[in-house]
Structures are given as structure tokens and as C-alpha cells.
Design a protein around this ligand. Structure first.
Ligand code: KG4
Ligand code: ZN
Length: 331
């Protein structure tokens, strides 16, 4: 069964064809980052217009020599409403023309399962951590469509914290990859930033940490040319975020007796996060799975992966509703 996935929830226009829920035929991603960079963030109006301009050629590339697929899957939320609508309208039109089933996919579920693209033998259940630009969630995943959300962020998402701190440091947008690169060269113990554990809950909170960096910079202004100082700040900041993410996820795995962890979303590309998860999971005898860095950030392959399961289970519809704040729900 060949499924065409379409992803347009934010600033990546992407289409992918997945064969039998496992083998990737194509995965084409058009990143709009250069259009949003001058504004230091995603501009919704520009994002939806660019999706309209690019979507047809991206789908043509993903289809390569294929004339038709057996089904379609498209992101219906969460995300920017104008951007989501471009994907939904395109998918509805194609499903009507080709007369094939259509499934609406939750972008967060797709991030949860994204490690399966690289590790098809990864099994269920698992403890899932989503760390993206818009969300941070800890979820017990029993199966496709069977979730128990343990907690989420009360303010900034992990990705937002990286991007905002990068902006404070005068680094470009998006800031996560730059903090990762600089942080790898710095000393994570040089500055002791707070560790927001929110004990007794599975929730996260990163806005206080961002404020701590702001106050630190007010007291200790840093010249952007001082790479060593900048690297130490990046290393210390990311080590606070990552320590909390890794320790809380492992605690959840212990508490619920599920010794398998999947991490997805843009921040899962972070090298320090991967190193610490691997180290701590090895110590405990747990398994941890990441998507390749290409599948950490937004892509349509992960949409096709979840869409394949929905189509198999008959969770299809000719017409879809988009929801910018779509929560993780069971189906
Ligand atoms: O999952 P994603 O592509 O989009 C959303 O669904 O939101 O995540 C984008 C986020 C951005 O905040 C970006 O700064 C962050 O992922 N990110 C990283 C890294 N690569 C991307 N954060 C830390 N380290 C990275 N290497
Ligand atoms: Zn995403």
C-alpha cells in the first residue's frame, strides 16, 4: 500500500510516499526558513502563501514515476491555520480526483512515531517525548491511536526556549541548531542555571530558565565575537533544559515500567540531548530511539507513517477539519 503524506503545518512544505508503512519511496521537504529569517520567526501570512506556491511541485517530485497512490494522509493540526488549510485542500482534491481514502493526521502523533521511520523494529508500548518548536509533551504510547498524555509544558516549549535564548544571544533564527553547535564547544558547568523540575508532576516549564539567561546577560553582557563565552552560556543553558527532559522521561519510564523511549520533534536533533539520553538509558538498561535528524524536524514521511495506520483501521474521511490547537487524542 503506497500512501502519500502531506505536511504544511508550519514553515516546511513536504510530501512523501511511504510503502506498506515502512519503506520510504520519497520524502521531499521545502524549507521556508530563508523567507522567515529576516523576521526572526515564522510569519503566518508568508508561510501560507509559500505553501500555496510550492505544494504542487513538491507533490510532483514526491510522486516521481508514480501516477497514483492507494491513499492520502495530511496534517490537520496543531499548527498555523492558513498553512494547515493549504495541505488539507490539496489532499481533499487529490483524494477526490484519484478516488482514494484520505486520513487526517495529528502532527504531534507523527512526531511521536517518527523514530519508527529509522527503526522499523521498534515496538510498543513506549514512553514518548515530543520536543518541538511548538510543543513539549510526555506521553505513554500503548499503540497507534492509544495514548495517555502524562504532561506538557506550562509555558514555553523546549524549542521555543532554544529559539528565544538564541535571540537574546544575538544568534540567528532558528536558534536551536546554533545553540547546539556552540554548546558542543562550551563548558556546561560554567554557569549554574536553574533546573525546572516541577516535582510531583510530569509537566515542564522553561520560561523561568529563559528569564534566568536574560538576567545573567544583563549582569554579564557578552560580545558576540567572544565565542568562548558564548559557547559556555549555550552549553550551560542547554544542559539545564536537557537534564530536565532526560531525567523526567526516564523517571516516567521507570514509574510505568516501560523501558522503551522514543524522542521526536526538532529538539530531538540536539546532539547533547542524544548523548545524555543514550548514556542514561544505557546505565538503566533502557532502549531509546531517535529519528534521523532529517525526520526530527517537520517532514511528510512521519505523516504518511501514522496515516497508513489510520487508513488500515478505516479512520478516513472525504472532508477534514483543521484545528490549530489539536490535542493528542485517541482514535
Ligand atoms: O518539530 P519542528 O521542526 O517544528 C515544530 O513542529 O514546531 O521543531 C522546530 C524546533 C525549533 O525551535 C528549532 O530551534 C528546534 O526545533 N531545533 C533544535 C535543533 N534543531 C532544531 N533545537 C536544539 N538543537 C537542535 N539541533
Ligand atoms: Zn513539528
Amino acid at each position: 500500500m503506497n500512501i502519500l503524506g502531506i505536511e504544511t503545518s508550519c514553515d516546511e512544505t513536504s510530501a512523501a510516499v511511504l510503502i506498506d508503512g515502512k519503506k520510504l519511496y520519497s520524502n521531499v521537504i521545502f524549507s521556508q526558513v530563508s523567507y522567515h529569517k529576516p523576521f526572526k520567526g515564522v510569519v503566518p501570512e508568508i508561510a501560507s502563501r509559500k505553501h500555496v506556491e510550492e505544494i504542487n511541485s513538491i507533490i510532483e517530485k514526491a510522486m516521481a514515476h508514480l501516477k497514483k497512490v492507494d491513499g492520502l494522509a495530511v496534517t490537520v493540526g496543531p499548527g498555523l491555520v492558513g498553512s494547515l488549510l493549504v495541505g488539507k485542500m490539496t489532499a481533499e482534491a487529490l483524494s477526490w480526483v484519484w478516488d482514494v481514502p484520505l486520513a487526517g493526521v495529528n502532527h504531534l502523533e507523527a512526531h511521536l512515531f517518527s523514530p519508527f521511520l529509522n527503526h522499523p523494529k521498534c515496538s510498543l508500548p513506549f514512553v514518548g517525548l515530543i520536543v518541538s518548536g511548538g510543543h513539549t509533551n510526555l506521553v505513554l504510547v500503548e499503540d497507534f491511536g492509544k495514548y495517555h498524555v502524562l504532561g506538557g509544558t506550562r509555558d514555553d516549549s523546549a524549542g521555543e526556549a532554544f529559539d528565544k535564548v538564541a535571540a537574546l544571544l544575538g544568534l540567528g533564527y532558528p536558534g536551536g541548531p546554533q545553540i547546539d553547535t556552540l554548546g558542543a564547544r562550551g563548558n556546561p558547568n560554567s554557569i549554574r542555571f536553574p533546573r525546572p523540575y516541577l516535582e510531583g508532576t510530569w509537566d515542564f516549564s522553561f520560561s523561568g530558565l529563559k528569564t534566568a539567561v536574560l538576567y545573567y546577560l544583563r549582569k554579564n553582557p557578552v560580545d558576540p565575537k567572544e565565542i568562548k563565552t558564548l559557547s559556555n552560556i549555550c552549553a550551560s543553558f542547554q544542559s539545564s533544559v536537557i537534564e530536565v527532559l532526560v531525567k523526567k522521561t526516564i523517571r516516567a519510564a521507570e514509574k510505568y515500567g516501560i523501558h522503551r523511549i522514543c524522542v521526536g520533534g526538532g529538539v530531538s536533533a540536539n546532539s547533547h540531548l542524544r548523548t545524555l539520553f543514550n548514556k542514561e538509558c544505557y546505565r538503566k538498561g533502557f532502549k531509546v530511539y531517535f529519528p534521523s535528524t532529517l525526520f526530527s524536524t517537520d517532514n511528510a514521511a512521519m505523516i504518511a507513517l501514522v496515516g497508513t495506520q489510520k487508513i488500515k483501521k478505516g479512520k478516513i474521511s472525504k472532508f477534514l477539519e483543521v484545528d490549530p490547537s489539536l490535542p493528542i487524542c485517541n482514535w
